[in-house]
Design a protein around this ligand. Sequence first.
Ligand SMILES: CC(C)(COP(=O)(O)OP(=O)(O)OC[C@H]1O[C@@H](n2cnc3c(N)ncnc32)[C@H](O)[C@@H]1OP(=O)(O)O)[C@@H](O)C(=O)NCCC(=O)NCCS
Length: 247
Amino acid sequence: MMQTAFETAEPGKAASCFTENEAHVWLLDLDLHEALLGELAGLLTDADRRRAAAFAFPHLQAQHVAAHGQMRRILAAYARRPAHALHLCRTPEGKPFLAPDSTPAFNLSHSGGLGLLAITHSAPIGADIEQIRYSPDLTGIAQSAFSCVENAALAQLPKGQRTEAFFACWTRKEAVAKFDGRGLGLDPASFTVPVDPDTPSGAARDIVTLNSATSVRIFDVSVPPGFRGAVAVPPEILKLRFFRLPA
Ligand SMILES: CC(C)(COP(=O)(O)OP(=O)(O)OC[C@H]1O[C@@H](n2cnc3c(N)ncnc32)[C@H](O)[C@@H]1OP(=O)(O)O)[C@@H](O)C(=O)NCCC(=O)NCCS
């Protein structure tokens, strides 16, 4: 997989060098100490707090606060507004956006203690991070969610590479689905992404046709070992920059 270093930066500094044709991708640590969690909880709205409280387990409640608190902190810098003044809405299919004009555009993903927050000026964007977990049923899941071309490519790989390839394909597809915004309304087998886990990303061959009117460029994100990550953007976005918050 492509090796990408996440640069440690304050959100204001990263936002000050944000250009139109790039996307910024933030890696979020969701397992935070109590003091920082308390600070981030102060940035949340009542609706965010209700969503956090709905999780059955305390560690999932804490991760929700960590994800949404850090997301608000970072988006505030890009929107040049205080975090508490950000008005987040959702489309009928559930994709969050910033009112009133969807700028900056963003997408959030979280899995197993890590989050990805991907941001563009205004272009649609989708992000996905997944913790890699072996399951004896990955082939069955692939058969129901992947296209014929993807399943054939997966079957051709050596057995030892298939779990990594499954998650590479899954995160690329999920990033495209979240770019599109239809969520479960988009048939995942209706489009094809690269399956090879080691394929360089962002290149012309990673431009995927979603339908006759929409093409999407997929970038892999080099997240820590044990995870896979991907971001989907319009083909005009040629560059990604990677950041993480100071500890
Ligand atoms: C929400 C959804 C879009 C992604 O769920 P997920 O992978 O379990 O979770 P992630 O952590 O990656 O993403 C969740 C976040 O995406 C955002 N989101 C929710 N609905 C969204 C949508 N329709 N489009 C884009 N983003 C969406 C939200 O910020 C959400 O986090 P929050 O609820 O804490 O605010 C899911 O409902 C879905 O429809 N997935 C497509 C399923 C599929 O067919 N995948 C096949 C891949 S092969």
